[in-house]
Design a protein around this ligand. Structure first.
Ligand code: ATP
Ligand code: MG
Length: 571
């Protein structure tokens, strides 16, 4: 029989002080409210309250997957290296992949994602177009040896992911499967209480052409995005934007003394021009080992993800490399560069003829450097490498973009035949020909979603759980841990459970102040407060955690009153 939980026996050790290890409000609160604990860097234990919320998120996911015909299953978390060699990712994935060997020296990895395993699964047994489409998914721990695990569950090394893989006979089918997942993801965010935006995304390590990320809007988010009133929204890693560039002054090429002006702000201030009127030079070594310089507008940054698409596994030159190639740090320009250095520039700069640039000589810049006269940039070296930002033009309608930050909670990809071709996963089509599957893959960070919910739903006092993911929906707080008040509390809790609610009773022998503070910290949506006077008058005080509103409700009506409030808010 269902019953209510008791605080005295719930393993949820709360902390009075903010833990030093946490920066984000959500991370602090999950630790303080006794919901998670750190086991090691990037490795977290989910305590009982966390698991209750995680199960709710997972159930929302399961319902939405079932609604679009995706089937749940489970593959091993440990993946044979062989499959990753097949797909070509064993070499490509880099140090984030947790590699290991078994006792016979065979290679394995802890799955950071499972395209390989699922493609392998179907490649020998899903044989005919008649069996398609198929979408399979699992909810399981993933492992990524992140360079900088941080922010609690936001960037863990081990984390819970829902990952789905669709197999279709043709491109139209894949697009349909993709749209179905994308729509389901929007509903999942909404049902979990997240305010999230679908944004155009880079397809990253996974590959493929078309991808959208759902971003939970939050100032503390690691992702930067731009959006427009016209509906366009993109991750700055993926956004193309119309960057307006300030044209320099025309004139003869002139070298000017700019003492100690090795950074853009100083050059701009010294020569009294806007930063957009200067050109930032980045010295790098491409993935092929070639030295190169790339220019971006002085008020913009080069984007790492875009740069990787252009230059492969590049790195910015070290001071030693800069010297080795005969460059002058802080004063690099396109005029008079040492031989053998390739010159690239962001496409936006092609609109400008007159540049203000470093003179390749300490403490000097060129003004009036003219594109085509004083320096050249080859046609194929105009590249898109700039990070779009607030104020740049929307690529769709031209209006200025807004900036925002977000937490990437999920991402959907159209993969096409990337994996099916690499791994020889084919089926027999209607016309009797072997064809590779058209695939899509779809991931939700389940544990990250839990923390994103807290990041969007908290206040000074603590967590403000939306009903749909709250570990409990109601907390009954008797201000006496024995006697009549306590008996009434137990009776109300039992009645609320009977009405279908999830209830915890704070039965601890603590002062009222402690109980109130913990109740706000742990953030259950409704608090039922019972004191001697109320009980004598036949009423309980019910507090809505989100609005802070308090109401007196007759003791006999509390359970049905709560049910009326809570049940419609369930996901
Ligand atoms: P990020 O850009 O934040 O590193 P990603 O794009 O590499 O994430 P995906 O491969 O798209 O991640 O994985 C699917 C989902 O898994 C992400 O949308 C995110 O919610 C979650 N996720 C990815 N990495 C982590 C992590 N280190 N900790 C927690 N959740 C993660
Ligand atoms: Mg992603």
């Amino acid at each position: 029989m269902k019953t209510f939980a008791k605080m005295s026996t719930t393993y949820a050790p709360t902390l009075k002080e903010d833990p030093a290890e946490a920066e984000l409000a959500s991370h602090k609160l999950l630790l303080r409210a006794g919901i998670i604990r750190k086991t090691a860097a990037g490795l977290y234990s989910y305590l009982p309250l966390a698991l209750r919320s995680l199960h709710k998120i997972e159930n929302v996911i399961r319902e939405e997957m079932e609604a679009i015909g995706a089937q749940e299953m489970l593959v091993p978390m440990v993946t044979p290296g062989e499959l990753w060699h097949d797909s070509g990712r064993w070499e490509k994935y880099g140090p984030e992949l947790m590699r290991m060997e078994d006792r016979h020296g065979r290679e394995f990895c802890l799955g950071p994602t499972h395209e390989e395993t699922f493609t392998d699964l179907v490649r020998n047994e899903l044989r005919s177009y008649k069996q398609l489409p198929v979408t399979l998914y699992q909810i399981q721990d993933k492992f990524r040896d992140e360079m900088r695990p941080r922010f609690g569950l936001m960037r863990g090394r081990e984390f819970i992911m829902k990952d789905a893989y669709s197999f279709d006979a043709d491109v139209e089918g894949m697009q349909k499967s993709y749209e179905d997942q994308k729509d389901a993801y929007a509903r999942i965010c909404e049902r979990c209480g997240l305010q999230a935006l679908p944004v155009v995304a880079d397809s990253g390590q996974i590959g493929g052409d078309t991808s959208v990320e759902y971003m939970a809007i939050a100032d503390a988010g690691e992702a930067e995005l731009v959006w427009c009133d016209c509906g366009f929204a993109a991750d700055t890693e993926a956004a193309t934007a119309v960057v307006s560039v300030e044209e320099g002054q025309s004139g003869e090429l002139e070298k000017v003394y700019t003492p100690n002006c090795s950074v853009i702000v100083d050059v701009a201030a010294f020569l009294q021009v806007g930063q957009a009127g200067t050109r930032k030079a980045l010295a790098l070594v491409t993935g092929d080992g070639e030295p190169a310089i790339v220019f971006v507008p002085g008020d913009h940054e080069m984007n790492d993800v875009k740069a990787e698409h252009t230059f492969g596994a590049y790195h910015l030159m070290t001071d030693e490399e800069i010297e080795h190639y005969g460059l002058v740090k802080g004063f690099i320009g396109p005029v008079g560069l040492p031989d053998g250095i390739a010159v690239y520039a962001d496409k936006s700069l092609s609109a400008s003829e007159w540049w203000l640039v470093g003179a390749n000589e300490r403490d000097y810049h060129y003004v009036h450097a003219r594109l085509g006269r004083d320096f050249q940039i080859a046609d194929d070296r105009w590249v898109d490498v700039v990070t779009a930002r607030e104020g740049d033009g929307c690529p769709r309608c031209g209006k200025p973009l807004h900036g925002a930050r977000g937490i990437e909670v999920s991402q959907v990809f159209q993969l096409g035949t990337k994996y099916s071709e690499a791994m020889g996963a084919t089926f027999m089509d209607e016309d009797g020909k072997e064809k590779p599957f058209q695939m899509g893959c779809y991931g939700i960070g389940v544990s990250r979603t839990l923390q994103a919910v807290v990041e969007q739903h908290h206040d000074e006092q603590g967590i403000v759980w939306p009903v749909c993911v709250a570990p409990y929906e109601v907390e009954v707080i008797p201000l006496d841990a024995k006697g009549e008040v306590f008996e009434v509390a137990e009776r109300i809790a039992a009645a609320a459970v009977e009405a279908g609610l999830e209830v915890v009773v704070d039965d601890r022998k603590e002062r009222a102040g402690v109980k109130f503070a913990d109740a706000d910290l742990m953030g259950y949506p409704y608090q039922v407060i019972l004191g001697k006077r109320g009980v004598k008058n036949g009423v309980a005080e019910v507090k809505d955690r989100a609005t802070g509103e308090r109401q007196e409700i007759a003791l006999d009506d509390v359970a049905s009153w709560l049910a009326d409030k809570v049940l419609p808010q369930r996901a």
